[in-house]
Design a protein around this ligand. Structure first.
Ligand code: C5P
Length: 220
């Protein structure tokens, strides 16, 4: 079968990566988590005390950042490596989540990440999730999905995930972080989160994983 590009955009914690992984496994495609790239850049900026409001500082810092997705045989997906270090766990921490949307709004950061994402799609056969994949990274993708889900359901899902790693986390903290990220992502000047005109909406608030996969496979 002809290989295509599938883009999945949407708000934070809608289950984009779950659908993307399901599809990639079913179709034997490569799954790319574009958010991991913005998270890894944010981690680097935090670790090295880079002031991301200063363009020269950002430009200089980006020269020292090498990002790579390395396949993980245990999970069946890829781990994010930052300058040859596996940062898959570190980038999921709240410290990074709190700042990532600010960093992702910086023009030079987006240009850096998007250039690499575009290259990953050259041979097609990929599913990439994020915020601007159908609008900016792959405007000509064959299938574009825009995901939504009720905010209460999204908060519950995210809380469950984070609580497993950090029992001190509160529901309020998670809700505030999701709402703030969504606000910044949807209102930034460059590549704001929005539905591509030709994207299909997938509201998975009340779908089981099986129903969800069956539905998107029809679209494929
Ligand atoms: O997908 P995830 O929640 O891990 O993404 C983290 C953050 O990275 C988002 O809140 C958003 O600010 C940024 N992002 C983006 N564009 C993408 C993917 C993620 O701006 N394509």
């Amino acid at each position: 079968m002809r290989k295509i590009i599938i883009t999945i955009d949407g708000y934070s914690s809608c289950g984009k990566s779950t659908v993307a992984k399901q599809l990639a496994r079913k179709l034997d495609y490569v799954y790319i988590d574009s958010g991991a790239m913005y998270r890894a850049i944010t981690l680097y900026f935090l670790q090295n005390r880079i002031d991301w409001t200063s363009t020269p500082a950002v430009v200089e810092a980006l020269k020292n950042i090498h990002l790579e997705f390395v396949p993980n045989t245990h999970t069946g997906t890829a781990d994010m490596f930052l300058n040859d270090e596996n940062v898959e766990h570190l980038i999921r921490e709240m410290l990074v989540a709190e700042k990532v949307s600010e960093v992702a709004a910086v023009k030079e950061v987006r240009e850096f990440a998007v250039a690499q994402q575009v290259k990953m799609g050259v041979r097609k056969g990929i599913v990439m999730d994020g915020r601007d994949i159908g609008t900016v990274v792959f405007p000509h993708a064959e299938l574009k999905i825009f995901m939504t889900a009720d905010i209460t359901i999204r908060v519950q899902r995210r809380f469950k995930e984070l609580y497993a790693k950090n029992p001190n986390i509160t529901i309020d903290e998670v809700k505030q972080n999701l709402e703030l990220r969504d606000y910044i992502d949807a209102n930034r000047e460059i590549s704001p989160l929005r539905k591509a005109e030709d994207a299909i909406i997938l509201d998975n608030s009340h779908l089981t994983m099986e129903d969800q996969l069956a539905l998107v496979m029809q679209w494929v």
